[in-house]
Design a protein around this ligand. Structure first.
Ligand SMILES: Nc1ncnc2c1ncn2[C@@H]1O[C@H](COP(=O)(O)OP(=O)(O)OP(=O)(O)O)[C@@H](O)[C@H]1O
Length: 595
């Protein structure tokens, strides 16, 4: 029997559900006790030839069977209701931790591992909480009551029974530490295999091109073999525990039965044991009831042992769940589910789309974006990336930042987005931190999701966006030609990861999403890197129209992008310095005062 403090704390957060469930369970067990007593009565009726008593006992047996059926239905219903609540609560907490900006810069975070925790681990814990724990509560409630009932019939037998109940519950706990260690190791293997498989699938194309598929397959087979070994070891440990438990149950039942017979039979005056049959004939109900009760006292313990195996997966996932914040003190279950009861430390701007809920309307451009003396150094690195970057980025103008690879351009973006906290310095929009819902982002490698093109575009758009707005955004993003040749148009299905589109097409979908998001600030990371010159030219000229009244900040190495810049900066040695002067076309573009 293993009790995990975090899981019991979590269960205590649902006292009503858990106590109802335990009550239903105790009700089920009491029907067995009633049947045991009725059976003792029926045997007594047979021994004493009392048909009236026999009929009554048979009626009780039937009523107990019907009651058990109904209580089992109720128990299933309660398990499902409590399980749903607990799963939603834990999953919301885990997802909040997984889908957090900090993870983007966490070198240890792995998608497969996060997925495993959010799906399998939560399911496993549900079983532990909704099945195993109520059974443990039942043992704590019912076993002492049954021992007391036995004490009313025979204190000696009750004493022996009590000793074996305590041993059956307590002895397997000696295995707890070992079991915890084994199950933790098993989960680690499971987790690593899951993360490796997911990463291999994602990088399949690269592995294929590199000729690294056979090597990867061998590595995965080795991981799989390790998981098998860990599972077998864990099963062995679990079997050891179950063996001890069963031994105590059998020994306890046999001892109680033997004592019942011996104490009932008594000793003849000449020093030999009297025949138990005489005692049975004298007080059959007491003897039969004691024999039945001795067995029933161990039923809750036998049940808990079965549930233990069902809840074991969840138990082994406890450390992963702990690491992913599943037990973090949070608001109400409702708040957890909606995910709105705690604001993340920094912004949550989504890549290639709106930076918050699509329904949030950002309002007019609030003013200039200012970077003031921004410094940043990543942990475990020897030198800072940014050493006092300063800039004022005006609305209504296109600002382009260039710089050598690794100069820190994406770092600047992530700081503006709130995905990274600068080591020092400030980023402000009209004197305050930019709000996530004010920024639309076009990343260099946009993420597309399985679903239709329309669904991918709508991710960014406010609720109820009409077809004409979607088409206008596609047109301005240079997708008009593609839409004309797609037989299903916006209803065209897209594969997972957007692999059914070319890189350039995916990039333009990302640009359309940014337009649909309709935010006062657009950040673009190499938005035309996969486009040919003509397409890039068309996209950039429409960008100028879309830039009216907005802050548009682009990272790009491309000369054609630098040419449309009203304001060109070069990131060098951690600072932003002025770049090339604007071209006449760009200089003629309308400018707006800082609000
Ligand atoms: N999470 C991280 N931990 C440690 N170092 C990091 C991390 N992210 C980025 N860096 C380092 O910070 C530096 C700047 O990276 P950044 O991605 O901002 O450069 P960049 O100018 O956008 O480069 P590129 O043009 O090649 O995309 C690089 O040296 C990079 O290795």
């Amino acid at each position: 029997m293993m009790i995990v403090p975090e899981l019991t704390r979590l269960a205590r957060g649902h006292p009503r559900g858990l106590s109802r469930l335990t009550a239903a369970l105790v009700g089920v067990s009491l029907t067995y006790v009633a049947q045991a007593v009725a059976l003792a009565g029926a045997l007594t009726a047979a021994v004493q030839a009392r048909p009236g008593l026999g009929a009554m006992c048979l009626a009780v047996l039937a009523a107990a069977a019907v009651a058990r059926l109904l209580l089992r239905q109720l128990q299933q219903h309660l398990v499902s209701a409590l399980g749903t609540t607990i799963r939603q609560q834990m999953r919301a907490r885990v997802l909040r931790r997984i889908l957090a900006p900090e993870r983007l810069h966490d070198v240890r975070s792995r998608a497969g591992s996060a997925r495993l925790t959010a799906v399998d681990a939560v399911e496993g814990v549900d079983t532990y909480l909704t099945r195993y724990l109520p059974h443990v509560a039942q043992v704590a409630l019912l076993c002492p009551l049954l021992v007391l009932a036995m004490a009313a019939l025979s204190p000696a037998v009750a004493g022996a029974l009590g000793v074996f109940v305590v041993a059956a519950v307590g002895a397997p706990r000696a295995f707890n530490r070992w079991m915890a260690h084994r199950s933790h190791e098993r989960w680690e293997s499971y987790d690593e295999l899951s993360a490796d498989v997911q990463e291999s699938l994602q990088g399949m194309r690269t592995l294929q091109l590199l000729g690294a598929v056979p090597g990867r397959r061998r590595a995965l087979s080795a991981r799989s073999a390790r998981l098998h070994r860990e599972t077998v070891r864990t099963m062995r440990a679990s079997l050891g525990e179950t063996g001890i438990l069963d031994l105590m149950i059998q020994a306890g039942t046999a001892t109680a039965a033997a004592l019942t017979i011996l104490t009932a039979a008594g000793v003849e005056p000449q020093g030999v044991l009297a025949t138990p049959l005489a005692a049975v004939a004298e007080e059959p109900l007491r003897i039969f009831a004691m024999l039945m009760l001795a067995s029933e006292t161990f039923r809750p313990i036998r049940d808990v042992s079965q549930q233990w195996h069902a809840g074991f997966l969840g138990l082994s996932a406890v450390s992963a769940l702990r690491e992913h914040g599943a037990f973090a003190a949070a608001g109400t279950a409702q708040g957890d589910v909606s995910g709105t009861d705690a604001e993340p430390p920094t912004g949550t701007a989504a890549v290639d789309g709106p930076a918050g809920a699509p329904t949030a309307r950002p309002g007019p451009t609030p003013g200039a974006l200012r970077l003031k003396d921004v410094h940043h150094q990543y942990p475990q690195t020897v030198a800072p990336v940014l050493c006092g970057a300063d800039a004022v980025i005006e609305p209504g103008r296109i600002t382009v930042i260039s710089g050598a690879s690794g100069a820190g351009k994406s770092t600047v973006f992530d700081i503006i987005l709130g995905l990274l906290r600068p080591t020092s310095g400030t980023v402000t929009l009209a004197g305050r931190r930019p709000r996530p819902e004010e920024i639309a982002v076009v990343s260099q490698n946009p993420s597309l999701f399985s679903g239709t093109l329309r669904e991918n575009l709508r991710l960014a758009a406010p609720d109820g966006v009409d077809e004409a707005t979607l088409l206008a955004a596609c047109h301005d993003a240079g997708l008009g030609g593609l839409l004309r040749v797609l037989p299903e148009g916006l209803s065209t299905p897209i594969t997972e990861g957007g692999t059914s589109l070319s890189r350039g097409q995916a990039q333009r979908v990302a640009i359309a999403r940014a337009y649909l998001a309709d935010r006062p600030m657009i950040l673009m990371d190499e938005p035309t890197s996969a486009l040919d010159e003509d397409t890039a030219g068309a996209v950039l000229s429409r960008l100028r129209e879309r830039a009216a009244g907005r802050i548009v900040l682009i990272i790009s190495h491309r000369e054609d992008v630098a040419q449309v810049a009203d304001d060109h900066r070069i990131l060098e040695n951690g600072r932003l310095r002025p770049g090339r002067a604007p071209t006449p076309a760009a200089a003629a573009a309308p400018q707006e005062e800082d609000a």
